[in-house]
Design a protein around this ligand. Sequence first.
Ligand SMILES: NC(=O)c1ccc[n+]([C@@H]2O[C@H](COP(=O)([O-])OP(=O)(O)OC[C@H]3O[C@@H](n4cnc5c(N)ncnc54)[C@H](OP(=O)(O)O)[C@@H]3O)[C@@H](O)[C@H]2O)c1
Length: 235
Amino acid sequence: MNGKENKTALVTGANRGIGLAIARGLLQKGYEVIITSRSFDKATEAAKKLETLGQVIAIELDVSDDRSIDRAFETINQKIDRLDVLINNAGIYPDEGVNILTIDRELLELTLNTNTFGAIKMVQKFLPLLEQSPDARIINVSSSYGEINGLSANVPSYCLSKLALNGATIMLADALNSKGIVVNSICPGWVRTDMGGASAPRTPEQGADTAIWLATEASRKETGKFWRDRQVISY
Ligand SMILES: NC(=O)c1ccc[n+]([C@@H]2O[C@H](COP(=O)([O-])OP(=O)(O)OC[C@H]3O[C@@H](n4cnc5c(N)ncnc54)[C@H](OP(=O)(O)O)[C@@H]3O)[C@@H](O)[C@H]2O)c1
């Protein structure tokens, strides 16, 4: 497999939920997709589910661990010569039973390290491959909990992590503008996944739609923005 004929996309946390739906949607549009997961077995299992749709590579990747990001890059760099799409989807929501007055530093660090710093480190590491694409796009999967008006004292680390992820989107878009790499945040809505729970109104496919659209069809003039249902929303 190489990036010469088809465009190549990498999705973090792609073994289940919205990440898996994004991977499926990109394969259906003819992209080669690198499915990454904290567990190699889970990445392989997810890749097997999707392999009839197109070219899939399974890679182990923990976005909270720089050594894991480095290892994934080394492996991927031997398989492709350019990366067209990076979807920073991996995330955790561990704020059960805590609020902004009680949460400890360890939980704040864990959530920020995964949801925010993971996305920033992925961009830094994979930049050499993104720079090889004439149409590179980065999509950060954020949340309405990261909107200024969506912050909740009872969801402290998750809200802060997505607020900061949106800040990272603005800064990365600015920093990468001269290289022609576009960067956007999306809110998938409330989605039926392990994180969203069984009561959520949206399917993973509905949650994945705006990310797939930004990755494949949206105007390249759009960068540094926050989107839901293919419309710009306020930070
Ligand atoms: N569901 C919703 O209603 C909703 C709403 C707004 C935003 N979002 C956002 O959408 C994204 C996907 O959420 P989801 O609903 O699909 O959740 P999910 O079903 O819980 O899936 C989360 C994914 O992230 C992976 N992950 C967690 N920590 C990781 C790490 N350190 N390194 C690499 N992968 C890691 C998980 O891998 P494992 O299988 O190894 O745990 C899993 O693949 C998240 O960023 C979430 O914040 C979801």
